[in-house]
Design a protein around this ligand. Structure first.
Ligand SMILES: C[S@@+](CC[C@H](N)C(=O)[O-])C[C@H]1O[C@@H](n2cnc3c(N)ncnc32)[C@H](O)[C@@H]1O
Length: 289
């Protein structure tokens, strides 16, 4: 009898260990909510680059160069990198001699952004970092010449909604670059990673044209697409012109060390390191009448 209880106990522990491994290691907290995902990235931010071991040459060849080429006819393009992490995409793109634009990197892990700042210090004048959730991009419609989101869709609660957000802020004629998780572990990420044909179908449901999904890395496909519509706008513009309040969509105004929503009066501080802190969105002050 004791043996049976012991075996059942061990089996229970094994199942618990497998469950935790799935939830915390493979899914990186994806099914436990964005807070857990961000907590895990905050904890591991200092070892992220060591784990990933991005090769500078590969990053140039497979990321910086093709994106730079896709934008070469646009004077001073404006690029948004969502879930920028430690600034992988900004580094690859800003190293391109032909790229003369600006990049905004957005992430929900404040510590990942701290490492991004350090690793992209040489490009400081051409980069802005925003601490915010990808689910509510704090920008107006049709704003960016390119929007990228690499190795992150599988960690957000609603990847389809984030995809729609990415396309919303992309201007017609702009370039979308997104990854979709594939490979062995993708089957343990139901609803977050899509089989290739299904991902193509999801992209077809958005106002995009020329969408192409191609194998990229062992664990990721890479999709390139163009936003449908008459190409217009584009180029670097002042932050006040393009940023919107993530809570109400109102326009922002500058005040000492912060941005303030002209509609709902929420304020978003600019931290000492220059990061615009929207996610920690602070006290609510009712609009003045
Ligand atoms: C695997 S990393 C990818 C980072 C970078 N794009 C790269 O390719 O190296 C995933 C990133 O997504 C960010 N992330 C996860 N959920 C997010 C959300 N809801 N909004 C914004 N960023 C998020 C994490 O903080 C992390 O930096």
């Amino acid at each position: 009898m004791d043996w049976i209880a012991l075996l059942l106990g061990l089996l229970g522990l094994l199942l618990l260990a497998l469950f935790l491994y799935w939830q915390l290691v493979i899914a990186e907290g994806a099914y436990l909510g964005s807070r857990v995902v961000v907590l895990l990235y905050d904890w591991s931010a200092h070892v992220y680059e060591r784990i990933k071991q991005y090769d500078v040459g590969d990053e140039q060849w497979f990321l910086g160069l093709p994106l730079g080429r896709a934008l070469e006819l646009i004077p001073a393009p404006l690029v948004l990198d969502v879930a920028t992490g430690t600034g992988r995409l900004p580094r690859a793109l800003l190293r391109q001699p032909a790229f003369d634009g600006r990049v905004i990197g957005l992430d929900l892990s404040r510590r990942m952004l701290r490492h991004a700042l350090r690793l992209t210090a040489q490009f400081a004048g051409r980069l802005t970092y925003v601490w915010q959730d990808a689910a509510r991009l704090p920008f107006g419609d049709d704003t960016f010449d390119a929007v990228t989101c690499l190795e992150a869709l599988e960690f957000v609660p609603d990847p389809r909604a984030v995809l729609a957000e990415l396309v919303r802020v992309l201007r017609p004629g702009g370039v979308l670059v997104v990854t979709n998780r594939v490979g062995r572990e993708a089957r343990f990420l139901p609803g977050r990673a899509f089989p290739r044909a299904q991902f193509e179908h999801v992209l077809r449901g958005l106002p995009l044209e020329e969408a192409k999904v191609r194998p990229w890395q062992v664990d990721y496909d890479l999709a390139w697409a163009i936003k449908a519509g008459e190409p217009r706008g584009g180029g670097v513009r002042p932050l006040l012109e393009i940023m919107r309040c993530p809570a109400c969509g109102g326009r922002l105004a500058r005040q000492a060390g912060a941005f303030r929503c002209t509609n709902c009066a929420r304020t978003y501080p600019v931290a000492g390191d220059g990061v615009i802190e929207m996610a920690g969105s602070i006290q609510y002050t009712p609009p003045q009448r």
